[in-house]
Ligand binder design. Structure first.
Ligand SMILES: [Zn+2]
Ligand SMILES: [Zn+2]
Length: 409
C-alpha cells in the first residue's frame, strides 16, 4: 500500500494521512493547526473511507472538507464524533469572527455527521478485504487507535498515553508489523505525575492563603476535566468557564469512556458553572477559575486575565502545551499577552505544570518494544531524531509531508 502524509509528519499539528491500494483510498485523520490564521494540511484526494482517532483539532478539524465532499463513511467513537462536531462548528465561528478562510460549510459538517459509523474499542469492521480493529488509545476519553489487518498488521496510534490518568486508562501495546506512532515527547520525559499533582496543589493553597485568585487556563477536551477531578475535594470556591463545560456534559453522556464516572460527576457538582456575564463577574472574585482557552489565545480566559493582571497575589497555572506564536508562549517568555490588539503586562505569578496526556519518550520506546514491529513510522513530532538511538533494532521511517512511501500490508 502507498502511504502519504498530508500533514503532521514532522510537527505537532494538522495531521492527515492516506493509504492507497486495492482500489481504495483511506484517510486517517484530517486536522488543522489552530494558529492565526489556522494552517491546513495539503489537499486530500478522493477518499473512500475515513478514520478519526480523536476529537482534538489537529486531528479532526478538517474532516468535513473530505467527508462533506465525498460522503465517505467516517469511523470513530460516538464520543469523538460529538466532540468533533463542536470543534468543527467552533472552527467556522472563529473563521467568521477573525475573517479567515472558511475551510468548509455547515452543510459539510452536517454531511460529515451523517457519514459517521460509530465504533467502540475492540470492535472490528471489514473494508475491501482489510479488517480494521479499534483499540483504546488512552489519550483522552473516546480516543482510539486503529489496527489495519490484511497479510500483516498495521497499527496507527494517533495520540496516545500509556499511563493511567484520572479520566482514562493507558493504552496497551499490540503485536504488529507496521507501527505508525506519535512522538510528541521525543527526547523528553515527564516528571512523576504524583509529584506534579502535589506541587500543583501546594501552589494552589499558597496562592489562596495569600489572598490571590488561581487562574487555570485549560484545553476544553480532557485537561479541563482532569484538573476539575484533581481539585474537587479541596472545598474552595471553584468556577468553570468556556467550552470545557459542554465537553464535561458530553463525557457524562458516555460513561463507558470514563475511568471513574462517579469522580467526574462529583467534580462537576463541586464547580460553579459560568453561564453568562453576570456569573462571570462573580467568578472573577472567586478562588479558583478553570477556563478555556488553554493557550490564552481566545475564549473567556482573556476576561479573567484582564481582571487579574495587576494582582501579584494571584497566579496563572499553566497545565498544557503552549505552542509558538500564542499568548501562552508570550506570557512564558515575555510576561505579557495580547488582549484586543494591545500588549498587556501580567503581574500575576506564573507557573507551569506537566499534566500531559501524551506518552513521554521512554513510554513511547517501551510501547514500541511491546508491539515488536518491523517498521516504526514516527509522526506528530518536532524531535523525531531523538528516537534514532533507542530504536536501532527497528526500521525507523521518518516520513515527510507530501512524499509517498510503500509498505507491505
Ligand atoms: Zn490529541
Ligand atoms: Zn495531536
Amino acid at each position: 500500500m502507498k502511504f502519504t502524509f498530508l500533514g503532521g509528519a514532522d510537527m505537532v499539528g494538522r495531521m492527515g494521512m492516506t493509504m492507497e491500494g486495492d482500489g481504495m483510498t483511506v484517510l486517517v485523520e484530517y486536522g488543522l493547526s489552530p494558529t492565526k490564521p489556522p494552517a491546513f494540511p495539503i489537499d486530500a484526494p478522493h477518499v473512500d473511507y475515513a478514520f478519526l482517532t480523536h476529537a482534538h483539532l489537529d486531528h479532526c478539524g478538517m474532516i468535513p472538507q473530505v467527508c462533506g465532499k465525498y460522503r465517505c463513511d467516517l469511523f470513530t467513537t460516538p464520543l469523538s464524533a460529538e466532540i468533533g462536531e463542536i470543534m468543527m462548528y467552533d472552527t467556522l465561528k472563529i473563521a467568521k469572527a477573525e475573517d479567515y478562510v472558511q475551510p468548509y460549510t455547515t452543510g459539510d459538517i452536517e454531511r460529515t455527521m451523517e457519514a459517521v459509523i460509530p465504533m467502540t474499542y475492540d470492535d472490528e469492521i471489514t473494508i475491501n478485504h482489510v479488517d480494521v480493529a479499534m483499540l483504546d488509545a488512552g489519550h483522552i476519553p473516546g480516543a482510539a487507535m486503529f489496527d489495519f489487518q490484511k497479510d500483516v498488521s498495521t497499527l496507527y496510534t494517533g495520540d496516545i498515553h500509556t499511563e493511567t490518568q484520572k479520566l482514562v486508562y493507558g493504552a496497551k501495546p499490540r503485536d504488529c508489523t507496521n507501527l505508525f506512532i506519535e512522538g510528541t515527547y521525543g527526547g523528553r520525559n515527564h516528571p512523576p505525575r504524583k509529584e506534579t499533582e502535589k506541587a500543583f496543589l501546594a501552589k494552589v493553597e499558597e496562592v489562596l492563603d495569600r489572598g490571590g485568585t488561581v487562574l487555570i487556563p485549560c484545553f476544553a477536551v480532557g485537561r479541563t476535566q482532569e484538573i476539575m477531578m484533581l481539585l474537587k475535594d479541596l472545598g474552595y470556591e471553584m468556577w468553570v468557564d468556556g467550552m470545557g463545560r459542554s465537553v464535561t456534559r458530553l463525557f457524562l453522556d458516555y460513561p463507558e469512556y470514563i475511568r471513574d464516572i462517579k469522580s467526574l460527576k462529583a467534580a462537576k457538582r463541586k464547580f460553579n458553572e459560568v453561564r453568562n456575564s453576570g456569573t462571570r463577574d462573580l467568578a472573577k472574585k472567586g478562588e479558583i477559575i478553570v477556563t478555556t482557552g488553554g493557550m490564552l489565545d481566545g475564549g473567556p480566559v482573556l476576561a479573567y486575565l484582564n481582571y487579574l493582571k495587576n494582582d501579584p497575589r494571584s497566579a496563572i497555572l499553566l497545565v498544557g502545551y503552549q505552542a509558538e506564536d500564542t499568548n501562552g508562549r508570550m506570557l512564558m517568555e515575555q510576561g505579557c499577552v495580547k488582549i484586543d490588539g494591545e500588549i498587556v503586562k501580567i503581574e500575576c505569578e506564573l507557573q507551569k505544570y506537566d499534566f500531559s496526556a501524551h506518552a513521554d519518550h521512554q513510554q513511547i520506546v517501551d510501547f514500541i518494544k511491546g508491539c515488536d514491529p518491523d517498521n516504526v513510522i514516527m509522526m506528530h513530532s518536532e524531535n523525531r531524531e531523538a528516537f534514532i538511538d533507542d530504536l536501532s533494532d527497528y526500521n525507523l521511517i521518518l516520513p515527510e509531508t507530501g512524499k509517498s512511501f510503500t509498505l507491505d500490508v
